[in-house]
Write a protein that binds this ligand. Structure first.
Ligand code: ZN
Length: 231
C-alpha cells in the first residue's frame, strides 16, 4: 500500500513539474487576487474547538490556561491559548513547548496536549513549563501549512520578517510578556507529511513566482525499500 503511495507521489510530481500549480502564472509572484483564490479553495476539515480547545479547557484544574490572543480571521472561533505550569519559581529552568506552528502537522498539536495530560505536572516539579499546543488554529482546521494570508508562520518569527504572520506575532508578544531571561529549551513539534511534495512545495513555488524543483520527502527516504514492502 505504501509502495503505491510512493508511486502516486512520483506520478503527481511529474505532472506538476510540467503543468505548474493551478493558481497564478509561472514565474510571476502571487498578488492579492491569487492569494484570495488560494484562500477561497481551502476547506474546513476538522474543528479546532472540538479537538483542541475542549481538551485545553479540561486542563484548567491542574494548569493556568492563558488566552494570549485570537486570530483576526474569526476571533470567536480561533482563540490562542498557552498553558503554564503552576508553582512557578524563578529558580527553576524554563521550558517552552510549541505545537501546530504548521497546522497540518497534527501530531505536534496532539503530542503537546498529551504531554500536558500525562507528564507535564510531574516535570513541573523541576521546571517552569509553558506549552502553546496549537499556534496556527486556522491551519489546523483546514489542514494547511500556511495561514489564511498564505504565509508560513514558521518563516515569520524574525523581527524583520515581512509580512509577518499574525500567529507568529501573537506568540512572540506572549513569550516576551513572560519576561523570562533564559529558556533552557524550546521543543517545537513538527512532522513531515506526504502532501509536502504534492501540494505545499508546488504552491510555494507558484506563490513566489519561481520554478518548482521536485524534491523528496525525508520520511520516505529514511524508510528502507524492504520495510515499505512489509507495511
Ligand atoms: Zn512543520
Amino acid at each position: 500500500m505504501k509502495l503505491r503511495q510512493v508511486a502516486g507521489v512520483t506520478m503527481l510530481r511529474a505532472s506538476l513539474s510540467t503543468s505548474g500549480y493551478s493558481i497564478g502564472k509561472p514565474g510571476v509572484p502571487w498578488g492579492a487576487i491569487e492569494r484570495a483564490t488560494w484562500l477561497s479553495l481551502r476547506k474546513t476539515s476538522r474543528s479546532y474547538q472540538e479537538e483542541v480547545v475542549r481538551k485545553i479547557s479540561s486542563l484548567k484544574e491542574c494548569f493556568d490556561v492563558i488566552q494570549y490572543g485570537a486570530l483576526s480571521y474569526d476571533v470567536e472561533k480561533f482563540p490562542l491559548f498557552a498553558i503554564k505550569s503552576r508553582d512557578w519559581n524563578p529558580e527553576k529552568p524554563n521550558v517552552l513547548v510549541t505545537g501546530g506552528v504548521h497546522g497540518y502537522e497534527t501530531s505536534g498539536v496532539h503530542g503537546a496536549l498529551l504531554f500536558l495530560e500525562t507528564k507535564a505536572a510531574f516535570y513541573s516539579n523541576k521546571f517552569n513549563i509553558v506549552v502553546a499546543p496549537c499556534v496556527s488554529p486556522w491551519s489546523y482546521e483546514t489542514i494547511q501549512r500556511w495561514n489564511a494570508a498564505s504565509l508560513d508562520p514558521n518563516r515569520s518569527f524574525g523581527k524583520d520578517s515581512h509580512p509577518q504572520a499574525e500567529e507568529s506575532l501573537a506568540l512572540m508578544r506572549f513569550i516576551e510578556s513572560l519576561n523570562i531571561d533564559q529558556w533552557l529549551c524550546h521543543v517545537d513539534l513538527h512532522e513531515t507529511t506526504d502532501t509536502d511534495e504534492t501540494e505545499f512545495r508546488p504552491a510555494k513555488a507558484a506563490r513566489d513566482g519561481v520554478a518548482y524543483e521536485p524534491d523528496t520527502i525525508p520520511g520516505l527516504l529514511l524508510t528502507h525499500p524492504t520495510n515499505i514492502l512489509k507495511e
